[in-house]
Write a protein that binds this ligand. Sequence first.
Ligand SMILES: Cc1cc2nc3c(=O)[nH]c(=O)nc-3n(C[C@H](O)[C@H](O)[C@H](O)COP(=O)(O)OP(=O)(O)OC[C@H]3O[C@@H](n4cnc5c(N)ncnc54)[C@H](O)[C@@H]3O)c2cc1C
Length: 442
Amino acid sequence: MQLKCNFLPQDDGRCGWYEMLPPPPPSKPLKGDIKADWVVLGAGLSGLAAARRLAELQPNASIAVVDARRVGFGASGRNSGFMVDLPHDLTKHDYTGDQSADLAQIRLNRAAIDYVRGIVKTHGIECDWREQGKLHGAVEPRGERALEGFAKGLSALGEPYSVLDARQMKAVTGTDFYRAGVHAPGCVLVQPAALVRGLGATLPENVRVYEDTAVREIVVGKPHKLVTDQGRITTPRLILANNAYAAQFDKLGLKGLMLPIYTYGSLTRQLTPDELARLGGEESWGLIPADPMGTTVRRIAGGRICIRNSFTYNPDVSAGSSRLERVRESHRRSYERRFPMLSGIEFEYTWGGALCLSRNGGAPFGEIAPGVFSAVGCNGLGLTRGTIGGKLIAEYALGSKSELLDILLQQPKPVANPPEPLLGIGVRSTLMWKEWQAGVEL
Ligand SMILES: Cc1cc2nc3c(=O)[nH]c(=O)nc-3n(C[C@H](O)[C@H](O)[C@H](O)COP(=O)(O)OP(=O)(O)OC[C@H]3O[C@@H](n4cnc5c(N)ncnc54)[C@H](O)[C@@H]3O)c2cc1C
């Protein structure tokens, strides 16, 4: 079976989290033909967790991780940096659902946080790791009702939280834009690009990372062959951790299951001490909107504000500059509504990144062809779901058994998408409708 990689990760150079880091050491692209016991396609959170876990369990195996770009450049370094422990279904208005499924998801998410925390501590990875939880903020009565539902859901799960009124929300965020909030303490906030780069730089010795190495074609067989611009890798076992780019693999059935959806972030320039004093509030916080289609906001230590909103359906897994300009305008409006005391502060960066969603939140976890394992489909929650999916796919591929693996295997599989053009029309109109419904939460 031959898989063509027609859609490749683009070099947009616009992600603030990545651009704020010092330049990485030169990359070592693949040159020539090699063999490896395992190949992991994609050096995001999912791929790095898979490679690390394989190496931990098989210290003598040769493991190659291949990425078209630098580590930290993909969606894993482009997100808002919320390591979410609680259920967080982007399609559900109150973020919670079936209670036993929620409890199972919490176990998986917390296992991911524990795993990453251990690595961050052991290796001293500097990624602004903050165990400070997340705020959920409501702007209008509909949002308040959603937060009440969310709080009820948390009570039923036995999860701690605290409720904040408008005054308390202002004391944290500096803005009086939010009428009400809920603080959930288990979320960790990070600088995502710094975290991913740190995870990539501290892999065990039997893992080789080939950056700037786009895979153009995969021949699935015995063994598999991955063809790159300057070389070829032969391997008996391949782990796919290429996020939404996997949705082009029709022959593996992934095209009919996964949805390449983009979302976008902007980061202001560094605020001056005078501007920070005008803003007030706490030095670092992260806020999730009451409506999943609303605006996520972070204030990061050092004094910048990060805005995230807008979802678009991008089957070619890229976002051109005109779309980024439109999104920037939307970010500007959301920013101005929240921070009138800092009106006109420029965004230094605006970027997009791919999510790999399915219509029911399921992931095609497992062996999807002989010797081909899937760790794609973390449904917009890469920091925890991607990490644990990557770690557990390695265990699964090695035949390990564990309660966490059972939980993951019991989760729903993705439901099939309708064919194009119905799919595109349906997804685009649903996104527009939901965004309109989000109203001022956006
Ligand atoms: C703006 C934004 C905000 C977000 N906020 C959050 C958040 O706060 N919390 C959260 O948990 N999640 C968030 N997400 C989602 C999260 O970033 C993703 O779910 C996660 O990064 C997916 O991780 P991954 O490892 O599966 O994929 P990726 O990080 O995308 O890694 C896949 C890798 O595969 C590589 N690749 C693809 N095709 C090829 C090829 N042919 N050859 C070689 N390499 C290839 C890519 O270069 C890429 O590095 C956000 C996403 C965005 C865009």
